[in-house]
Ligand binder design. Structure first.
Ligand code: ATP
Ligand code: MG
Length: 255
């Protein structure tokens, strides 16, 4: 699925430079993790890739095709949004084969017939382990982990070419996170989508990423495999980030 290339991409909000002259190449089918502190521009980067906002400068290419003016629905991109509600539709139930519901929504938009909707949703609920007992519930009647699963389901009923995940595990307890990480890797392997995953947690980045980009103030300060970043931090900022992470491990497990 597509290779993503960013060339000198900049996005400003007034005087804030959220993404600053960013150049990067994300490989076909890669699980690419962007990690960095709050406000460094992670969500803005995903919104640029999704086409929800347009760069002020620079180019975004999918497989060599310029995407700057391609609308979100024509990009083959799906995004799982950050936050407590994952942008689920609060007034809609989890799934109903004929009515508008969270899982059927993207399919209803495409005017799929009920049989087609059912077939696709069945595949997704099986893949993600969403039991039928949740179908009639609305998002506020679900736990965080359950909502996250439904959000992943909604994002994958139409198989995405590019899959964007904005801190999807931030609200889960550690054992659920570990399980969800394993599921995400499996989902990635099944979908074969080029995946960009955003987190502020370096441990998560190291556990999930084929490659990791450390982001600071709108730029990537280092892109590499987890091992490259851990063993050869590119600058003092990355070194400190890695040191804090290792210190956490030492406090938990001893030297
Ligand atoms: N729509 C907007 N209008 C004005 N400023 C914005 C807007 N979106 C983002 N910003 C600013 O751009 C910068 C980057 O924001 P962004 O949401 O991309 O950060 P982030 O890395 O996702 O942070 P977090 O980890 O807290 O989610 C911040 O300074 C933010 O205040
Ligand atoms: Mg964010």
């Amino acid at each position: 699925m597509p290779e993503i290339v960013l060339q000198g991409v900049t996005k400003r909000f007034g005087s804030v430079i959220a993404v600053d002259n960013l150049t990067a190449r994300i490989r076909d089918r890669e699980f690419f993790v962007v990690v960095g502190p709050t406000a460094c521009g992670k969500t803005t980067l995903l919104r640029l890739l999704a086409g929800l906002i347009r760069p002020d400068q620079g180019q975004i290419y999918f497989d060599g095709v310029l995407m700057n003016d391609v609308p979100p629905q024509a990009r083959g991109v799906r995004m799982v949004f950050q936050g407590q509600d994952y942008a689920l539709y609060p007034h809609l139930e989890v799934y109903h084969p004929r009515r508008w519901s969270n899982l059927s929504f993207p399919l209803k938009l495409r005017r799929e017939r009920p049989e087609g909707i059912q077939a696709r949703v069945e595949r997704v609920v099986r893949r993600l382990g969403i039991p039928a007992s949740w179908f009639a519930r609305r998002p506020h009647e679900l736990s965080e982990g359950q909502k996250q699963r439904v959000a992943l389901g909604r994002a994958t009923v139409l198989t995405p070419k590019v899959f964007l995940l904005d801190e999807p595990l931030a609200h889960l307890d550690p054992p659920s996170r570990a399980q969800a990480r394993a599921e995400l890797r499996r989902l990635h392997a099944e979908l074969g989508a080029t995946t960009v995953y955003v987190t502020h947690d370096l441990a998560e980045a190291f556990l999930l990423g084929d490659r990791v980009a450390v982001m600071r103030e709108g730029r990537f300060v280092q892109v590499g495999t987890p091992k490259e970043i851990r063993d050869h931090p590119a600058d003092a900022f990355v070194a400190e980030f890695v040191r804090a992470y290792e210190e956490g491990l030492r406090q938990a497990f001893g030297p």
